[in-house]
Design a protein around this ligand. Structure first.
Ligand code: CP
Length: 313
């Protein structure tokens, strides 16, 4: 398998070229079937050490990075930061230098502060993967979303996608905008004005404060989680009920999209808020395909970065 993505770290979609994104997706295709075999393991990363360092909660990202590393035969260690010496006041710098001294090959980091993985990458000699930093980027999520769309549609060129919900606080929306704009996508962002970042149109996207016109002709509809933890006290929404009525995806609203439009959600879902359970579980939903794609994408990311490290780029 080709392994020539010339980056030491995967910190964001920003800075990736279209060919590099395609190469990661193609590499993930090559790994996809490993997880469907009775023996879900290949020897590709035997002898490599991966640390998962999550300062924020996660179900999908953390588990899929762990499975991805193990299915590639790497040694994988998960650190629960709530039970680490961070709880005793150890700084991010001291924590990452301590972990570096144990000679991992790749460290996967999730942090509530935007830029934390970039800070770490500047101070360590091993590879760093951003597993979601604050409101900034979530590159492997955008890659697995692209993988899911490509599998459903055949390619990503000019895809018409509506992204609905809390855009302002969403690293998923940002990484998706950066990635899909490399493919000339028609990106529509839909949210109450208070949840649309000022100047977001510079990403080449269109903004809407009503769902129906944004869904017109959409091939992909992505609902985002209402991030109660980041909205609290901010006066962003009159009420969750009002949001749900105007922006919640239900079958009636989905009729504005293309007949065969697919539905995505990065999870975790607030059923009955941003997405009706009927839509979440409908045949057009690709939400569990996204989860499955997540393992293959993370296998590809780990493999490609390990190969870069071996070549000493
Ligand atoms: N999509 C996503 O990042 O989910 P988790 O928070 O469960 O990892």
């Amino acid at each position: 398998m080709k392994s020539d993505v010339p980056h030491r770290h995967l910190l964001g979609i920003e800075g990736l070229k279209r060919e590099e994104v395609e190469h990661i997706l193609d590499t993930a295709e090559a790994f996809f079937d490993v997880s469907r075999r009775p023996l879900k393991k290949v020897p590709t990363l035997r002898g490599k050490t991966i640390l998962n360092v999550f300062y924020e909660n996660s179900t999908r990202t953390r588990t899929s990075f762990e499975l991805a590393g193990k299915r590639l035969s790497a040694d994988v260690v998960n650190l629960s930061m709530a039970q680490s010496s961070v709880a005793k006041g150890e700084s991010l710098y001291d924590t990452v230098k301590t972990l570096e001294a144990m000679r991992p090959d790749i460290v996967v980091v999730r942090h509530s502060s935007s830029g934390a993985p970039h800070f770490i990458a500047r101070h360590v000699s091993h590879a760093v993967i951003n597993a979601g930093d604050g409101m900034h980027e979530h590159p492997t999520q955008a890659l697995l979303d692209a993988f899911t769309i490509r599998r459903a549609r055949g390619n990503l060129d000019g895809v018409k996608i509506a992204i609905v919900g809390d855009i302002a606080h969403s690293r998923v929306a940002r990484s998706n905008m950066l990635l899909l704009s490399l493919f000339g996508a028609d990106i529509r962002l839909v949210a109450p004005r208070t949840l649309l970042p000022v100047g977001v149109e510079r990403f080449g996207v269109r903004t809407f404060d009503r769902l129906e016109p944004a869904l017109e002709g959409a091939e992909v509809v992505m609902a985002l989680r209402i991030q109660n933890e980041r909205l609290e006290g901010g006066g962003f929404l009159p009420s969750v009920r009002e949001f749900s009525k105007r922006f919640g995806l239900n079958e009636a609203k989905m009729r504005f999209a293309q007949e065969d439009a697919i539905v995505l959600h990065p999870g975790p879902m607030n059923r009955g808020v941003e997405i009706d359970p009927f839509v979440a579980d409908a045949a057009r939903s690709r939400i569990l395909d996204q989860v499955e794609a997540g393992v293959a994408i993370r296998m590809a990311a780990l493999y490609l970065l390990a190969a870069v490290e071996e070549r000493g780029v």
